[in-house]
Design a protein around this ligand. Structure first.
Ligand SMILES: C[S@@+](CC[C@H](N)C(=O)[O-])C[C@H]1O[C@@H](n2cnc3c(N)ncnc32)[C@H](O)[C@@H]1O
Ligand SMILES: Nc1nc2[nH]cc(C(=O)O)c2c(=O)[nH]1
Ligand code: SF4
Ligand SMILES: [Mg+2]
Length: 236
């Protein structure tokens, strides 16, 4: 209990740029370390262990103090992301924030289930499509859904190509009760390079057209709003 957390960065307030809470004010807590290495990951600074010397070891209280400071003590939704936050124990942080009226959402790929998922206000499960070159362990994924219990659970799938699109359709069929959010993949993830906004918009249009043509009306189709505003800049 209350073991130190490996934290790659804490930043905000900003807006949640993706998925169900898009546009909502949030502070991000980005955990260091991941059991995956998706070829197109936009957060490798929190994944590759060669960066681990840059990850801070912080107690849950220290993380909470920073979140409280950044938000000016005004309750909002804290977004726990990573890396894969499910490697670590975020229960003490969630308890500290809940005691002061904050809410917690967590993004994970669904490879590791944790009891503290049940404490979340929202669990965002983002299973990885074929283009990632990672493979979903569906038993582990189902264990994540079970661990969340009554917590609000949603799916967010990144789509780069036709194969990913068909895969997302299959996943949607498998989990008809879970709200589904899809977003086009961003192949330009170098934080030192600007993002081509016309290309980003074209990828979104491609996805909208594809779903419309197929009469696939199940998912909400969203951009990465933070990428449209700030490109791949870190800490926003
Ligand atoms: C960086 S991940 C961290 C949380 C967790 N490891 C996961 O993958 O869900 C947060 C979200 O960003 C998405 N993502 C990562 N790289 C991306 C890219 N190049 N284009 C679009 N979405 C991306 C992931 O699929 C995930 O939904
Ligand atoms: N603004 C903003 N929204 C995000 N949604 C998911 C993010 C992530 O990297 O997990 C992210 C991020 O890094 N910034
Ligand atoms: S699972 Fe998430 S953090 Fe890990 S490599 Fe894939 S996109 Fe990046
Ligand atoms: Mg991101």
């Amino acid at each position: 209990m209350n073991a130190p957390l490996r934290i790659a960065e804490i930043f905000g307030p900003t807006i949640q740029g993706e998925g169900a809470l898009i546009g909502e004010a949030t502070v991000f807590v980005r955990a260091g370390g991941c059991d995956y290495r998706c070829v197109w990951c936009d957060s490798l600074h929190a994944v590759d262990s060669e960066n681990r010397h840059q990850w801070a070891k912080m107690t849950p209280q220290q993380v909470w103090d920073r979140v409280h400071d950044l938000s000016g003590g005004v309750p909002l939704t804290v977004s726990i992301s990573g890396g894969n936050p499910a490697i670590q124990d975020f229960a003490p942080l969630i308890d500290l924030g809940h005691a002061q009226g904050y809410r917690f959402a967590c993004e994970t790929q669904g490879s590791i289930a944790k009891p503290w998922f049940a404490d979340l206000d929202m669990l965002v499960l983002s299973p990885k499509p074929p283009s990632s070159k990672e493979f979903v362990d569906w038993a582990a994924f189902d264990a994540c859904i079970a661990a969340a219990g009554a917590a609000n659970t949603v799916l967010k799938i990144v789509i780069f190509d036709d194969t990913d699109y068909q895969w997302a359709r299959d996943v949607a069929t498998r989990y008809p009760a879970l709200p589904l959010f899809i977003q086009p993949g961003n192949p330009e993830v170098d934080p030192s390079q600007p993002v081509d906004l016309n290309a980003a918009t074209a990828r979104l249009e491609w996805l909208v057209n594809k779903a419309s043509t197929d009469r696939w009306f199940t998912p909400r189709i969203l951009p990465q709003l933070h990428v449209l505003i700030w490109g791949n800049k870190r800490g926003v």
